[in-house]
Write a protein that binds this ligand. Structure first.
Ligand code: SAH
Length: 365
């Protein structure tokens, strides 16, 4: 399963014609599901359904199949596919499904599950009765095209912070966001893409914010955020004000509905075009907070960073950095489509030519 062989590594690394026979498996949704699961992975599938009872043909078929899979694959791939997909056929775990199952699924599904056209079905059936866990696993799979997105993100974020340090930009950004939230009289606030919790910490310091939710797709960032705000040593009353949630901004999520405000600080530039469109609907149509604050770099300002070569982004994972015109056009489009009003504020010292280093859009219903 791990793909390691003491004596014959070259064989372990080689695809070969292999077949597996599952003498009896239960699959209530039927043969269609068996094919949906295995055919995209390159197997030729045969499935033979068994009658409920051979002595009573009139009772019809039962849920059991004999399945054979034939393919030209590495042994490790075949074993990992079976490990994940046999329980998916059955979809009844006879033991408690907890967080460890998510880890197991992502480990065994490494390298193939993220690209499987039916990954949603697979995840939901692998983690039955646990919608929260399934959501978490899916969010992580979406990011799984990177080997270790967390680690890469961390390194790049560090570079960005160092570049912006002389103008203490992040402190100014947090200050500006908090000021807007205060003036909007927001009490219950979502920080979407909260990262390592810089804003959460500022929000916690002000009693007017009665409920603060930090959400991020990176589990590691949430762990760091939890340490930064010293969640484990917080008095119970404080603790009740703060919730950390693992989730993705690209999916509609009922947990995000009904808040006074959402902040999306330096996040949109990490989303590529199709994800950005999904994010717009998940936030402005589904979660629909009264106020939304979005910040993003102002690309025009980049010429002022001496260490940043011309034409490069501030952070290697940024998919884009917009001029003020581009950001305002995008924001106005959203405002119009979803019925918000939008205004724009500069963050950081404004240059007469290129504007401020960060741009902020404040949307209100
Ligand atoms: N708001 C924080 C972090 C900005 S970095 C701050 O200002 O310090 C961007 C953050 O967005 C990262 O933590 C990254 O994990 C998160 N992110 C990227 N794509 C996301 C998605 N689809 N859903 C939720 N968070 C996402």
């Amino acid at each position: 399963m791990s793909g390691r062989s003491k004596g014959r590594q070259e064989l372990a690394d080689q695809a070969m014609p292999l077949s597996a026979k599952l003498t009896v498996v239960s699959c209530r949704p039927g043969e269609g599901l068996i094919r949906e699961l295995f055919e995209p992975l390159g197997y030729v599938v045969t499935a033979e359904r068994h009658p409920l009872d051979e002595k009573f043909q009139e009772w019809g078929d039962g849920p059991y199949y004999t399945v054979t899979l034939a393919g030209n694959v590495r042994l490790r791939d075949l074993l990992n596919h079976l490990y994940v997909l046999v329980p998916v056929l059955d979809a009844e775990k006879h033991y408690w499904v907890g967080n460890a199952e998510v880890e197991k699924l992502l480990r065994k599904g490494g390298g193939w599950l993220a690209a499987h056209p039916h990954k949603e079905t697979i995840v939901k059936r692998y983690l039955p009765w646990q919608r929260g866990l399934a959501r978490e696993a899916l969010a992580r799979l979406v990011e799984a095209d990177n080997l270790d997105p967390d680690a890469k993100e961390e390194a790049h974020a560090q570079e960005e912070t160092e570049m912006e340090e002389p103008i203490r930009l992040w402190q100014q950004r947090m200050g500006a966001v908090v000021a807007v939230l205060r003036s909007e009289r927001s009490k219950r606030v979502l920080d979407l893409g909260c990262g390592e919790g810089k804003l959460l910490k500022s929000l916690l310091e002000e009693k007017t914010f009665t409920e603060i939710v930090g959400m991020d797709v990176s589990y590691r960032s949430l762990e760091i955020a939890s340490q930064r705000v010293k969640l484990d040593r917080m008095p119970t009353k404080q603790k009740e004000r703060l919730k950390l949630m693992h989730g993705s901004l690209m999916y509609r999520d009922k947990r995000l509905a009904g808040y006074d405000a959402a902040t999306v600080v330096e996040v949109i530039e990490h989303l590529d075009a199709p994800r950005l469109a999904a994010f717009e609907r998940a936030l402005f149509e589904s979660a629909r907070p009264k106020t939304v604050i979005v910040t993003t770099p102002n690309a025009e300002y980049n010429v002022k960073f001496e260490t940043l070569p011309a034409g490069q982004f501030r952070h290697k994972d940024h998919r884009f950095e917009w001029t003020r015109g581009q950001f305002q056009q995008w924001s106005s489009g959203i405002a119009e489509r979803f019925g918000y009003a939008v205004r724009f504020l500069p963050v950081g010292e404004e240059d007469p030519q290129v504007g401020a280093p960060t741009q902020m859009g404040v949307f209100s219903l």
